[in-house]
Design a protein around this ligand. Structure first.
Ligand SMILES: [Zn+2]
Length: 361
């Protein structure tokens, strides 16, 4: 039996719990999973299951409407800055008070709610308040990459759903089942960060291997002048733009398909604005993931260097210790960049800072 949860590769334990909850929902859920565990897709699938008369068949117009971002009663609340602002949470509360237009529920979705406890004026108290006694037909779906202690009271009002990243092997197998060649399935699975949707786009992207090679060669190209670091930061940005092309193609195809289907069925196509907002979200996410893969590829190169220099140091190379210290500093800089990536809105600045630190003039 296939349903909206079948495509959540590797999250099978969560899927069974979600199937149960789709039939007997409570008023708030908090999905917790690190980058790549598919929190976004799981929230979307669960929203479809809550609305579907068959609890998530994946085939009916209700399921398709939710999955394509076209259900007016399923609202993704957007955040403009690096942290959730109180007025944005109030907007979520306002939507939560609405009576649903359709026969299903009013579903309010907020991702990255760990960002309600950071910033100058944390918005977690406002979020907590909106979870108090929501209307009976309202369900809050929250997503978070981690559960900081300051979110404990919010978490205590929700059913917790913990997601685990699928293994590369599971994704590879799924891609092969879908007709992707072995080589393409393997490199796409490795660069997919446990995200099946991303893996599908990458499997269809002949430039993927070249991009991975670019990141792998980057440490050797940082020769220690500011001009070189700047030029490479610009190249990296151009590479990210290029990586977006297959996704943009597939979003355009999805838009056309959706319009044609709507015309055939004689129903209204998805609200254009909704569709564009959803596309922007997917593009932002994809770009951040692409950069994550780049940073982890570089990290792997520096780890190899570290292993080599530690070996040389043991064998008595007098300069190896210095190289070990420098490499450890670079690994720290990469880890810091990975952390900043989840909150920064300026990826150009992040790359520039990182490549300057790695160059170590
Ligand atoms: Zn359905």
């Amino acid at each position: 039996m296939s349903d909206v949860f079948s495509s959540l590769v590797g999250a099978s334990s969560a899927a069974d719990a979600l199937r149960h909850h789709a039939r007997h929902p409570v008023h708030a859920y908090l999905f917790i999973g690190a980058a790549g565990t598919g929190v976004h897709d799981a929230l979307n699938a669960f929203a479809a299951a809550l609305q579907c008369p068959d609890h998530g068949c994946a085939r009916c117009p209700v399921c398709r409407g939710v999955l394509e971002g076209a259900d007016a009663d399923v609202q993704w609340i957007e955040r403009a800055g690096p942290a959730w602002r109180v007025d944005e949470i109030r907007e979520a509360e306002r939507v939560a008070r609405r009576r649903p237009l359709g026969p299903g529920r009013q579903i309010v979705i907020l991702e990255d709610v760990e960002l309600t406890v950071s910033g100058a004026s944390p918005s977690a108290p406002a979020l907590l308040k909106s979870l108090e006694e929501p209307p009976t037909r309202t369900v809050f779906l929250l997503g978070a990459s981690e559960l900081p202690g300051a979110l404990d009271t919010v978490a205590s009002r929700c059913v917790l759903v913990r997601l685990v990243a699928p293994r590369d092997g599971d994704i590879e197998e799924r891609l092969r089942d879908e007709g992707v060649s072995s080589d393409a399935a393997q490199s796409a699975a490795r660069a997919a960060l446990g995200n099946l949707e991303r893996a599908r786009v990458l499997a269809d992207d002949p430039a993927l291997v070249a991009r991975l090679d670019w990141w792998r060669a980057l440490p050797d190209r940082l020769t220690g002048t500011p001009a070189v670091a700047s030029a490479l930061a610009r190249e990296a940005t151009a590479l990210l733009d290029e990586a977006m092309e297959p996704l943009e193609r597939s979003l355009t195809q999805a838009a056309t398909r959706e319009r044609d289907e709507a015309a055939q069925l004689g129903v209204r196509a998805t609200n254009r604005r909704e569709f564009e907002a959803q596309s922007r979200r997917e593009q932002r996410r994809f770009r951040a993931e692409e950069l994550t893969v780049g940073l982890s590829t570089m990290t792997a190169v520096y780890r190899e260097r570290l292993a080599r220099d530690l070996e040389a140091s043991r064998e008595g190379d007098p300069r190896a210790d210095q190289r070990v210290v420098a490499t450890l500093r670079r690994l720290d800089a990469l880890a810091e960049a990975q952390r900043r990536l989840s909150t920064t809105l300026d990826e150009g600045l992040l790359l520039h800072d990182l490549l300057f630190t790695l160059s170590d003039f």
